[in-house]
Design a protein around this ligand. Structure first.
Ligand SMILES: [Zn+2]
Length: 469
């Protein structure tokens, strides 16, 4: 297990092009190699001491080098529910959305009429709130979408479309218990809904309860083919197979699963360290995740097989923290740092409703891990001089497609931006940006509203910050 940041910098300095591949031998050994070529019956690859080749018959498979991130989401975000609407489609939706915004006067008028409880008036008020909620959902403004669906339930407490969307919105915020309550209510009205089963699977998976998650997704697929569910189910079944022989443990904010080869003392030690990190992050970010966070410890190579993590990743956060602890008997400083980094990802994902851009995710996670940009300052400035600053707008979503050199630079650059942000504006502004991201159309808009700075200006300020040091 290696320090993610150091490896990232090493990539930048040592391997100007192409990420390393991993050759997995049939005996289980893994060899990291550059420039892997398969020729006839041999595999040729480059090592620091020159070219080497192996008989192809010894090789199980070759994992193509990946850059990308150490976090992601295995099931979420499922796309928003696609429902056969029980809400009548008429002129109501069009009248609710006018000139690119929600017509509040019209909504108030419909609500007034709905107070009579006359079915058609109620249906019209619900349809209007559904249209308004969808408008905000499309813009990524989850809080406003939630408010409209709650309002719809006020008039029609068992309306499945509102219940299912409310569940979906709570799932986006990792509020699994609340989501399950809405899904239970929806199921009473629409017991055969594939959407209810799909979302219930997500809620169980997120709460680290694999058996009911698998059962729900199997049920969802039996009701309706769905590639998102099929992919999530495949992953959950693989996890379940490995974890069925795992033991469980828990602390106040974590549910832990670990295989029988890990010492229970190590599991307890990890929970203790995680609780310390949890308290520190909760205080710094003024946020407490609503549900216990799932953690899985692996003592064998199933970590790499299951997570398909980049070879450099010390651990992975894909909704649950997956941590390889092979050969460890206690929490080393290295492991403590990795845990803190991964836990920061959980806080960021949940506080922003899954909308935190990747540059901010990785910058903040590294910052909390204790990394600072000082070491990489010279190489960052040199890169900026050659190509200009990396545009933050290009670093908002997954880095998997970035060339290895750019991805590694992206880590140090994101750290520098976050370091500048915290040292100049303070943790409180960082926290306000995260809150705003959860409710804004874009992350850049949130940054603009809190710091009164465009991305381009923030990039320039960071360059000046690095030059001053
Ligand atoms: Zn990370």
């Amino acid at each position: 297990m290696r320090c993610l940041w150091t490896i990232a910098v090493a990539f930048a300095l040592l391997t100007p092009a192409g990420a390393a591949d991993t050759i997995v031998l049939k005996n289980g050994r893994r060899i990291r190699a550059e420039s892997v070529v398969v020729e006839d019956d041999r595999v040729r690859f480059e090592t620091p001491s020159g070219w080497v080749s192996l008989p192809l018959s010894l090789v199980a498979h070759i994992e193509v080098g990946t850059t990308g991130n150490d976090f992601g989401s295995p099931v979420a975000p499922f796309s928003a529910p696609a429902l056969e609407s029980s809400i009548p489609a008429d002129d109501v939706a069009a009248a609710t959305l006018r000139d690119g915004s929600v017509n509040r006067e019209w909504l108030a008028q419909l609500e007034l009429q709905a107070r009579s409880a006359e079915p058609r008036a109620v249906a019209r008020a619900v349809a209007a709130h559904h249209a308004a909620a969808q408008f905000f959902l499309r813009r990524g403004e989850l809080e406003s979408a939630l408010a409209h669906y709650r309002r719809a339930l006020h008039f029609a407490p068992d309306e499945p479309v509102a219940l299912i969307h409310l569940a979906y919105l709570h799932l986006r915020r990792s509020e699994f218990t609340a989501a399950l309550e809405y899904l239970d209510r929806a199921r009473r009205r629409v017991p055969e809904s594939p959407e209810v089963a799909k979302l219930a699977g997500w809620a169980y998976y997120g709460s680290n309860r694999l058996e009911p998650a698998v059962a729900e997704w199997r049920r969802a697929l039996a009701l309706r083919p769905d590639p998102e569910v099929a992919a999530a189910l495949e992953k959950a079944e693989r996890d379940l197979e490995v974890e069925s022989r795992f033991r469980g443990s828990q602390s106040r904010h974590f549910t832990l699963r670990y295989d029988g080869n890990a010492r229970p003392e190590l599991a307890q030690d990890i929970l203790r360290v995680l609780e310390e990190h949890f308290a520190a992050l909760a205080a710094a970010l003024n946020y407490i995740p609503p549900e216990p966070i799932g953690v899985v410890l692996y003592t064998d190579r199933s970590f790499a097989d299951l997570t398909r993590a980049p070879a450099w990743a010390g651990a992975v956060n894909d909704g649950r923290l997956r941590v390889p602890v092979q050969g460890l008997s206690q929490v080393t400083p290295e492991l403590a740092r990795v845990l803190r980094h991964e836990l920061a990802h959980s806080f960021l994902a949940q506080k922003t409703g899954g909308r935190c851009p990747v540059w901010l995710h990785e910058g903040v996670a590294q910052w909390f891990e204790g990394q600072r940009s000082q070491q990489a300052r010279a190489s960052l400035l040199a890169a900026v001089q050659r190509h200009g600053p990396l545009p933050l707008a290009a670093l908002e979503s997954s880095w998997t497609e970035l060339p290895a050199e750019t991805a590694s630079l992206a880590y140090t650059w994101s750290l520098a931006v976050v370091e500048f942000l915290i040292e100049t504006h303070g943790l409180r502004d960082l926290e306000r940006i995260l809150d705003r991201i959860a409710a804004s159309a874009t992350a850049e808009q949130a940054v603009r509203e809190i710091l009164r700075t465009e991305y381009a200006e923030l990039e320039q300020q960071t360059v000046r910050f690095l030059s001053r040091r």
